[in-house]
Design a protein around this ligand. Structure first.
Ligand code: MN
Length: 251
């Protein structure tokens, strides 16, 4: 794992831990810009120095996840879809600030919903890119491995649960392994859209996008085939780092 990648994972772990505690954390250090293969660049946070949401560059090449996820899908997914969530979250934030400034909250319901949708979309996509890897390192180990055994019985049972929950998401959504900092245990979530059907306190450790834009070019209607294939490129090291950060932030 490169130094950059480690920084990136640490920052996203802390960011998600921060979310669970009720707000977007702002990282203090600036991640270095590194392009070891001419393409690879990463940004380790959801927001820039001014507090604007920003689209992180991918931590690997657009083609790096082939054959599981094709280049065209990654380009559209990251450059168009993820970017739209970043733009939407910034717009909602601006409109809510304008409403406060004007003392006019006629549209507060609309912009609150927009912030929940786009802000959650930005968070989950930022995690998604970093919990996929061209060089998977095998099953979760260490503290996360132990916690999985404690909370699910064993890794095989977690795998069965998470895969089935992910494939069975109604319409567009996510399968998520989370650590709940209020309950102090792991849980599998089946999230609809980006923000529905979560539990307060749940910090996402590993997320699988099953919106059609994540797989339809290559897999068409065969969502189960996509989920089975993506399982082999999940980066459990990333989940281990987020678990350590979330546990240290447990309340
Ligand atoms: Mn997506």
């Amino acid at each position: 794992m490169t130094e950059l990648r480690r920084d990136f994972l640490k920052a996203t772990a802390l960011t998600t831990a921060g979310l669970a505690l009720g707000g977007f954390m702002t990282a203090s250090a600036t991640a270095p810009d590194e392009r070891p293969d001419g393409h690879l660049t990463a940004v380790g946070r959801l927001t820039d120095a001014d507090g604007q949401y920003v689209l992180p560059l991918l931590p690997y090449d657009y083609k790096a996840l082939e054959p599981v996820i094709d280049e065209a899908t990654v380009r559209l997914h990251h450059d168009v879809h993820h970017k739209a969530y970043v733009d939407g979250a910034n717009k909602a934030r601006q409109e809510l600030a304008a409403a406060r400034a004007a003392g006019d909250f006629a549209l507060v319901k609309h912009w609150s919903r927009e912030l929940a949708f786009h802000g959650s979309g930005h968070v989950l996509h930022t995690l998604y890119w970093t919990n996929l890897t061209p060089k998977p390192g095998g099953e979760p180990k260490g503290d996360l491995g132990k916690a999985i055994a404690d909370d699910f019985g064993d890794f095989t049972k977690l795998r069965a649960h998470l895969i089935r929950a992910t494939v069975a998401v109604e319409a567009s959504g996510w399968g998520i392994l989370a650590y709940n900092v209020l309950e102090r245990r792991l849980m599998v979530l089946q999230v609809e859209k980006h923000q529905d059907l979560t539990v307060w306190g749940a910090v996402p450790l590993l997320v699988i996008d099953v919106w059609e834009h994540a797989y339809y070019l290559k897999y068409q209607s065969k969502r189960a085939d996509y989920v089975a294939a993506i399982w082999d490129i999940l980066d459990w090291k990333a989940a281990e780092m987020r678990f350590a950060a979330a546990r240290s932030a447990a309340v």
